[in-house]
Design a protein. Structure first.
Length: 271
């Protein structure tokens, strides 16, 4: 009986893992079915796989165009976000004021507002500037939406750097830029990489702004997936194929960089 708690925890962990992974497994299977097989009741677990859905997604919707848009907006928004968040977090960490905590909390509070609350003003501004259905507006919105998270993560990561090192550098005449370039950046490569990877994933998966601010010209993979919903119903097999093609690249990136992602989410958790 002494091993019962261990068995319970192990079984619970496997059940939770299965619950999380099952939708992905079902998505994968459905992507290789025909439309009739995809809606069959009861579900067909044994079938002859077909690649018809994947070829039709590419021919009908130009998958590469939507994938290119996703890559451009995700990478650019991440790089621009890091260029803004790193100096901000550096300033808040090593040049604290009485308002630093309040500013950080205010930045975090902006993530609590539903995105739909800011849709109308952003849509009107984009329309007035002629930026609707452009990669520019998506990159700007993705950057701004991820900026509070990036600042917080880098702030937490920079706090792990001993202040004595910076004081020694300042005594040797190091400028702020030299201090950041030669001390902060090398010591904080972990937080920088983790923050960049997490925000790359968030930008890649962003659907709300993509669906409302873009269409065929600058649409990301989220727009491609949504295009398989029509008044006649959902094309489950093609929808699954498009979804699988959309999530596959970022799943691969996440799998090979999971160590950095976990590190980024646990900065400062252990003292």
């Amino acid at each position: 009986m002494k091993h019962l708690p261990v068995i319970i925890r192990t079984v619970s962990a496997w059940l939770l893992t299965l619950l999380i992974v099952f939708p992905l497994i079902w998505l994968f299977l459905t992507a290789f079915k025909t439309e009739l097989q995809a809606i069959a009741v009861p579900p067909e677990l044994f079938f002859t796989p077909t690649l018809e859905n994947f070829s039709e997604v590419q021919v009908r919707s130009d998958y590469l165009l939507f994938a290119k848009n996703s890559v451009i907006t995700a990478v650019l928004s991440t790089l621009i976000g890091l260029a803004i968040a790193a100096p901000a977090a550096y300033s808040m960490t090593f040049f604290r004021t009485r308002q630093t905590r309040n500013i950080l909390m205010w930045m975090l509070s902006t993530k609590m507002m539903p995105a739909v609350g800011a849709l109308l003003p952003i849509y009107v501004l984009a329309q007035s500037a002629g930026l609707l259905d452009s990669l520019t507006i998506l990159t700007i919105v993705f950057t701004l939406s991820n900026l509070p998270i990036m600042v917080w993560m880098l702030y937490t990561g920079f706090k792990e750097i001993p202040n004595d090192i910076l004081e020694a550098a300042r005594m040797d005449g190091a400028t702020i830029w030299g201090e950041f370039k030669h001390i902060i950046r090398p010591l904080a490569m972990g937080p920088l990489a983790s923050t960049g990877l997490l925000c790359l994933v968030l930008s890649w998966n962003e659907a709300f702004w993509s669906l409302n601010l873009s269409s065929a010209k600058a649409g990301t993979l989220a727009v491609l997936i949504a295009s398989y919903s029509s008044p006649e119903g959902l094309f489950w097999a093609k929808l699954s194929a498009a979804s699988l093609m959309a999530i596959a690249p970022i799943v691969v990136v996440g799998w090979f960089s999971q160590k950095q992602l976990v590190q980024g989410l646990t900065f400062g958790a252990v003292k």
